[in-house]
Write a protein that binds this ligand. Structure first.
Ligand SMILES: [Zn+2]
Length: 316
């Protein structure tokens, strides 16, 4: 059981996992909280949209339909692997599902069959809609599957959950078939692997002394790590209770970009499996938001990169 992340924490968690996030309209304030409760949250739910075309898909998920007003999820994962945030708070995505499934998600145990629709899922799940026709033929590009893996890992990491907190709509509500085209078992295995890596944890950890006004979240974010990791590393009993002057151990991040990058000119980087412009900027330039520099330097017209592609990277 956990209170929902704030919108800023949610955004930072996604970006921290290396996702390219697009903020759509006033997503932070677009929700259905006037229709019912939002939280405590227990997991992440994955859907497919049965729509075609990224722009139309994002728009439908934001606005919804006359009979089902939006937002229809929090994030829309388009085929290019980008995550479009369309709402935050209670959203019309999960509907009623099985209380036995909710108990299993809370306990992070194997899921029972969903044969009841007696529990409000919109209250308890983060929702991600994925652009796919759901006909079993429409392909799921690698970048999109990777983004699903990353959103699952990002939210789990932020809450200290494991991969069993990520389920498909088909595992929640009787009669639902989404997502179709990959199995949630496969996806959970990928998320577990990603979570086990705990990116950023390598030898040579530093320390940080808590200053007035600091929160553990802000410290985690400014050091490219997460609250659960800092809690683990420092044996904290209460993440909300840190004292000014307290010394915290930090996981060592990537070496500073300055130490790796030549002093002048550009370097060439070959895109590897799993890379996004954001992750390349984060790893090679020390800041994911510098992806725009890579984009303009290489005159890219989209954010999509392909394995083997050679990119010029700016000097630090
Ligand atoms: Zn669904």
């Amino acid at each position: 059981m956990a209170p929902p992340l704030t919108a800023d924490e949610f955004l930072a968690a996604l970006r921290g996992e290396g996702l390219v996030v697009v903020e759509v309209g006033n997503w932070r304030a677009h929700h259905r909280n006037h229709k019912g409760p939002w939280g405590p949250v227990h997991g992440v739910m994955i859907h497919h949209t049965v729509t075609k075309g990224s722009a139309a898909t994002v728009d439908i998920c934001r606005r919804g339909y006359a009979s089902l007003p939006g937002p229809l999820c929090h994030g829309v994962i388009t085929k290019d692997g980008r995550v479009h945030l369309v709402g935050y708070g209670r959203a019309n995505h999960a509907g009623s599902g099985d209380d036995d499934v909710l108990r299993a998600v809370i306990g992070e145990q194997a899921l029972p069959v969903d044969d009841e629709a007696n529990t409000d899922g919109n209250r308890h799940f983060y929702g991600f809609e994925c652009e796919n026709l759901g006909d079993g033929k429409d392909p799921w590009p690698g970048a999109q599957l990777e983004a699903i893996e990353k959103v699952g890992a990002a939210v789990c990491r932020a809450h200290g959950w494991n991969e069993r907190s990520v389920i498909g709509h088909l595992e929640w509500q009787p009669g639902k078939i989404d997502p179709r085209g990959f199995t949630m078992g496969e996806m959970r295995a990928r998320i577990a692997k990603r979570l086990a890596r705990k990116p950023g944890v390598v030898a040579g950890a530093g320390t940080y002394t808590v200053r007035k006004g600091d929160t553990l979240w802000a410290i985690a974010r400014s050091h490219g790590t997460t609250v659960p990791l800092l809690v683990d590393l420092n044996g904290l009993r209460d993440p909300n209770n840190i004292a000014v002057g307290q010394t915290l151990r930090l996981p060592a991040g990537e070496a500073p970009a300055a130490a790796k990058t030549p002093a002048a000119g550009t370097i060439t980087y070959t895109v590897r499996k799993g890379d996004t412009l954001w992750s390349i900027a984060a790893h090679k330039l020390g800041n994911g938001s510098r992806y725009a520099e890579i984009k303009s330097l290489n005159k890219l017209t989209s954010d999509v990169v392909t394995v083997g592609q050679k990119l010029k990277l700016p000097k630090k």
